[in-house]
Ligand binder design. Structure first.
Ligand SMILES: [Zn+2]
Length: 235
């Protein structure tokens, strides 16, 4: 059984940070559609190249293309023990397609984590969010310079109050139906992202393990290299 996680949350909630951390600690691949597209284009994958053409024309990449790319990525061997999805699914159509994929894989349940933060706090955070002036990487909290290239940090130009609110509204409109699609599942969990980073991390870990265990994901808490007898022995 794999540990299959979707990390959701609005811009500024810290969902990307948590997705990165959790994936690294559990030895799982973190999969974002942006990264997949970039990799696919580098590998001259025909679907990714088609998507690039759309983007070059300023068009949105349609669901079926995104799904084809995700299907391809989840077919690789490194996802056998699970994965952490960041930025997918963004539409109900994508969520339905992912469910179908998961059924085909039969590699364990899908755990959905929603990192939730009040709007006011998001506006405050995004309004002071800094990026690297050289390479554009998001600054890590409390770091004086870019973690990637050491460049000087600057406040994001588009992050003033009104723009931030607009971005949050767009996110809310687009994502609400996806959250509603998952909300009633026993493997859906809301994490309070307004807490200190370490507490959010502890909650994320606990809730993912708990959600996976609730549907018999016996391998959920297993760390890389840690061997255990069958967790289903209590059956
Ligand atoms: Zn940089």
């Amino acid at each position: 059984m794999g540990l299959n996680v979707i990390m959701m949350g609005p811009p500024g909630a810290g969902k990307g940070t948590q997705a990165d951390r959790f994936a690294r600690e559990r030895g799982l691949p973190k999969i974002s559609t942006g990264d997949m597209l970039r990799e696919g284009i580098k590998d001259q994958n025909p679907v990714a190249l088609e998507a690039q053409k759309l983007m070059d024309r300023g068009e949105l990449v349609d669901d079926s293309t995104i799904i084809a790319i995700v299907r391809d990525r989840l077919g690789r061997a490194d996802t056998r023990r699970g994965f952490v999805l960041d930025g997918f699914p963004r539409t109900v159509g994508q969520a339905v397609a992912l469910d179908r994929l998961m059924e085909e894989r039969a590699e364990g349940p899908l755990v959905v984590i929603d990192v939730s933060v009040p709007e006011q706090e998001l506006v405050r955070r995004l309004g002071s969010r800094k990026i690297c002036g050289s390479c554009g990487t998001n600054a890590e909290a409390g770091k004086p310079a870019c973690g990637k290239c050491g460049g000087a940090l600057v406040v994001r130009a588009d992050d003033d109050g009104q723009v931030v609110l607009e971005r949050l509204k767009i996110y809310e409109r687009a994502t609400r139906p996806v959250l509603d699609y998952y909300r009633t599942r026993t493997t859906f969990r809301v994490v309070n992202g307004a807490q200190a980073l370490e507490q959010v991390a502890r909650d994320v870990d606990r809730m993912i393990d708990d959600a996976a265990a609730s549907v018999g994901g016996g391998a959920a808490g297993r760390r890389p290299g840690e061997r255990r007898m069958s967790a289903g022995a209590a059956e």
